[in-house]
Design a protein. Structure first.
Length: 256
């Protein structure tokens, strides 16, 4: 549990607005929680060159203190830390209303899909597997910061239905035949995008750019991983998400 001094509750929209103001001043705050000094220094150096304000932590305990002291706008979190698993810290951050809005990029030496899936289930926004491109990591940091601002400024209807599938856009809730299904923020955003563009093929590059905020120059299998999770959670309704081999994905035009 992350311990904070009492303060007024900040809405997601207000938090995103603060991030936007700091982005305009080129001073968004990034916290790196990584136990390998060389990796921390490399990421710190390159983010600082992009005018980000960077904080470092080598353990969960240091990371929790920095979150309280520095209120980061985004966190780069290693999974293997000396005092515990980064997944535990990810869960604590995303389950705390005061910090749940902070985007998290998982940084790990593990290539196992299980770790990525667990991270996404706990609310992580993205992952990068070591060894990684520092340039790509920076692009991903910029993308998740921009994405949060755009979402906070979006104006949409609060209720959305497609056959037995219903979405509450304000509460980020998904229901199938009235039963709520637990979705992470990214899964919710991807599902809504597919429904908004139902009947039309969405390439992986389009999804990366419009849902994740990445440019096409980033190569990642994160789209396929999330589509797989969507289908699993949607059950039989997951059949609405069709794979167009060699191109991308398409959501059924009608719920029939």
């Amino acid at each position: 549990m992350i311990r904070r001094p009492p303060r007024s509750t900040q809405s997601r929209s207000s938090a995103a607005s603060d991030v936007y103001k700091r982005q305009q001043n080129m001073s968004a705050r990034i916290l790196i929680i990584e136990d390998e000094p060389d990796i921390r220094k490399t990421i710190d150096y390159n983010l600082s060159k992009e005018s980000f304000k960077v904080y470092q932590a080598a353990s969960i305990a240091e990371g929790e203190k920095s979150i309280v002291d520095n209120s980061p706008d985004a966190i780069i979190l290693d999974l293997m830390l000396p005092d515990g698993s980064g997944l535990t810290l990810c869960r604590d951050i995303k389950s705390d209303p005061k910090t749940s809005h902070i985007p998290i990029i998982l940084l790990t030496a593990k290539a196992d899909e299980v770790d990525r899936v667990i991270g996404f289930e706990l609310g992580a926004d993205d992952y990068v597997t070591k060894p990684f491109s520092v340039r790509e990591l920076i692009l991903r940091v910029k993308a998740i910061l921009k994405r949060g601002v755009l979402e906070s400024n979006a104006s949409t209807e609060s209720l959305y239905s497609f056959g037995e599938l219903s979405l509450n856009l304000d509460a980020h809730q998904v229901f199938i035949s009235g039963d709520e299904i637990n979705f992470t923020a990214l899964e919710f955003r991807l599902l809504k995008h597919l429904i908004d563009h139902r009947g039309r093929v969405q390439t992986r590059d389009q999804l990366l750019e419009e849902v994740w905020g990445y440019s096409a120059e980033i190569t990642t299998r994160t789209v396929d991983t999330h589509i797989k999770r969507l289908r699993e959670k949607l059950g039989t309704i997951g059949e609405y998400i069709q794979t167009i081999r060699g191109v991308g994905y398409r959501f059924s035009k009608t719920p029939n």
